[in-house]
Design a protein around this ligand. Structure first.
Ligand code: SPV
Ligand code: MG
Length: 285
């Protein structure tokens, strides 16, 4: 299912960020057909920085909860694979076992730093990173969609470097290319797409160029848009507002209508199913 979404140029698909079971459940409820298990959002929800502070086993555990919570395909942000080819293929195998549908691997060096902060984003050597991709492909074959993510534009290299890397990663067996940009307009990313001519489908993450209408992505025949961190940021903003209010007013009386009713939480997490199961399995007949 993820392969059909990510690997098609014919129809634009959308992946919504999830960082835990609840955010995954809510994304499914909103009608999304696939999820992005975001490294930034998972790290943030655990209180870590997106700098490989969370371990790969913590990532796998979070992915397990996300996968178990919905029927949706999950593309996992695997950062750079947490090391060399061996760490990357181990991670890919474990994600497959956890039920992930795909992994995105970026050509960064361990430990990575989130692409949207700071100026220090050293790129991996092209051949070394291609080896990481080949090792993952050999380990999981077509059982996991392999997205190769290019950080050349983030690192301040030009379009030529990004295109060179895209071809190398396609040769190494990637199923799709994720081209990342942190510009406030889509121009840089769209120049890449024009030059790339869809040798492989293209995935984008329009976090900083959020004003661009998705019609521009359809026109460019981009395959997949990742809304990468918006549930985590929505939760942070809501929690901050509510905590500030409760602390200032020493009361929860005024915020009740601004938060999800417990009935909604019970409904989202299918407490009704538990009640039915109890009748079936717990009560003596
Ligand atoms: C993530 O969601 O963790 C991503 C996208 O990798 S970004 O934060 O833009 O690097
Ligand atoms: Mg990430």
């Amino acid at each position: 299912m993820l392969r059909a979404q990510v690997c098609s140029n014919d129809e634009l698909s959308f992946l919504m960020e999830a960082h835990d079971g609840l955010s995954a459940t809510i994304a499914q409820r909103s009608g999304f057909k696939g999820l992005w298990a975001s490294g930034l959002s998972i790290a943030s929800s655990l209180g870590y920085r997106d700098a490989n502070e969370a371990s790969w086993t913590q990532l796998v555990q979070s992915v397990e909860r996300i996968v178990d919570s919905t029927e949706l395909a999950v593309l996992v942000d695997g950062d750079g694979g947490f090391g060399n080819f061996n760490n990357a293929r181990l991670l890919a195998r474990k994600l497959r076992q956890a039920g992930a549908a795909g992994i995105s691997l970026e050509d960064s060096c361990f430990p990575k730093l989130n692409s949207l902060i700071g100026e220090r984003h050293p790129l991996a050597d092209i051949d070394e990173f291609s080896g990481r991709l080949r090792a993952v492909k050999d380990a999981v074959a077509d059982n996991l969609v392999l997205v190769a993510r290019i950080e050349a534009l983030i690192a301040g290299h030009g379009l030529n470097e990004a295109i060179l890397r895209a071809h190398a990663y396609a040769d190494a067996g990637a199923d799709a290319i994720l081209i990342h940009s942190r510009k406030s307009t889509a121009d840089e990313m769209l120049s890449f797409v024009t030059e790339w001519r869809n040798r492989l489908p293209v995935v984008i993450v329009p976090t900083t160029y959020f004003r661009t209408p998705v019609s521009a992505y359809r026109d460019a025949r981009i395959s997949t848009v990742v809304w990468a961190n918006h549930s985590m940021r929505a939760a942070a903003a809501a929690m901050r507002r509510i905590c500030d209010s409760i602390a200032a007013q020493e009361s929860v009386a005024n915020i009740e209508s601004h938060i999800a009713p417990l009935s909604e939480i019970f409904e989202l997490l299918r407490y009704d199913e538990l009640a039915v199961a109890e009748k079936q399995y717990l009560q003596p007949s």
